[in-house]
Design a protein around this ligand. Structure first.
Ligand code: SF4
Length: 389
């Protein structure tokens, strides 16, 4: 595992309780797409959508605000799609590789530093929300960034590592203060004595309440690519309503297809699992395969199969969660990121619109080569990049 996630046993539950009990802190939680189709398994409900019960449980636990990471998944789609279109026009840094999976990003930094310019510069949805909350929303609340305690519920142990990357800070305070995996969130609810299955549904808070199906499907392999295609097709073809892309779906570890979008013929690849990613990269580097964009997720099945999801985390459970993610998408009113009106307002209010110099500063990032250790031999220049911890 490239980021130490498999050996991580650090839980932030006590930190979260301490923040909730601290009268100085305003405590906010965001919920990633994948846990909503898996957390119910911890309470005997199966792989069903429990989003509104999670919101209700978080309110009972004592969170001041609860937001949906789907909101910033839509934000990621808009920033990343425009970055992709810009690269297509210039013909540079292609293929574009997605960057919302920290396991993949660290793998690329260690093993493929020559590809770092090809990674999307977009922060992940978790980190976009953290930046938005600490750099902008905190001021609206009249709270200093260090007194805003931001918690994420993620399917992922690698997100704990991502949250502590030094580039993701505001005025000396981490943009994300604590990450709870899906399993840890269930433990938090048990510690609070909550009978999860009896909870009444509760809604996310304003003003970042809306989320589209496009953001929800980030939770399954192929979802980020499908979101980008929905956005690009909507933009280039003025397509209204649903834009469904079938090839992106399914649990195969590698999916490749060519699509015609307006005047563009795009070849797109989706891989889940780093072995599949490595095989695809070798084909691209050897010239055997030419693609325009690649979605990489380190976990089998994408985030539905993340290391922080409930056990059993086998193929059957991953498939059931993935189906539920697409059921949620099908039931939602909005399906393309550009249809999220709350997001339009937030882009306008905080950054004078999207995809500009200001959003680049707050919502994008950079990558750096890291030392690679093969056996005991350091094969990338010593001193390049931070120490591996
Ligand atoms: Fe985390 Fe796995 Fe999702 Fe990557 S694919 S973001 S490592 S859960």
């Amino acid at each position: 595992c490239p980021c130490g996630a498999l050996t991580s046993n650090s839980s932030s539950i006590q930190e979260v309780w301490a923040a909730i009990r601290d009268p100085k802190k305003t405590v906010i939680c965001q919920i990633a797409p994948a846990p909503r189709a898996a957390l119910g398994e911890e309470f005997g409900l199966g792989s069903v959508d429990v989003t509104k019960k999670i919101v209700a449980a978080l309110r009972k636990v004592g969170f001041d605000k609860v937001f949906d990471t789907v909101f910033t998944a839509d934000m990621t789609t808009i920033e990343e799609s425009n970055e992709f279109l810009g690269r297509l026009v210039k013909g540079e840094n292609l293929p574009l590789f997605t960057s919302c999976c920290p396991g993949w990003v660290k793998y690329a930094e260690q093993f493929h530093p020559d590809l770092l310019n090809n990674l999307s510069s977009c922060r992940s949805p978790q980190q976009m929300f953290g930046s938005l909350l600490k750099k902008k929303y905190a001021k609206d609340l009249g709270v200093a960034p260090e007194d805003l305690f931001v918690v994420s519920i993620m399917p992922c142990t690698a997100k704990k590592y991502e949250a502590k990357r030094p580039e993701f800070m505001t005025e000396g305070s981490y943009d994300i203060d604590a990450v709870l995996t899906t399993v840890e969130a269930a433990r938090l609810f048990r510690e609070a004595g909550i009978i999860f299955s009896n909870l009444e549904d509760s809604e996310f808070d304003q003003p970042m309440q809306q989320g589209t199906g496009s953001g929800v499907i980030f939770g399954a392999t192929g979802g980020v690519m499908e979101s980008v295609v929905r956005y690009v097709a909507g933009k280039l073809l003025n397509a209204e309503g649903r834009v469904d892309v079938e090839f992106t779906r399914g649990m195969e570890d590698t999916k490749i297809a060519s699509l015609e979008v307006g005047d563009n013929k795009l070849t797109l690849a989706i891989v889940n699992g780093l072995a599949a990613a490595e095989a695809l990269i070798q084909k691209i580097k050897s010239g055997e395969l030419t693609v325009h964009a690649v979605e990489v997720m380190a976990c089998p099945g994408g985030c539905v199969g993340g290391g922080g999801q409930p056990f059993q985390n086998d193929g059957e459970h991953r498939l059931a969660r993935s189906k539920e993610i697409y059921n949620i998408d099908a039931k939602l009113e909005l399906h393309k990121a550009q249809d999220n009106e709350d997001l339009d307002k937030i882009f306008e209010k905080y950054w004078n619109g999207c995809c500009n110099h200001e959003t680049h500063h707050d919502l994008h990032t950079h990558y750096q080569p890291r030392k690679r250790i093969a056996g005991n031999e350091i094969v990338i220049k010593e001193g390049e990049g931070p120490e591996i911890t």
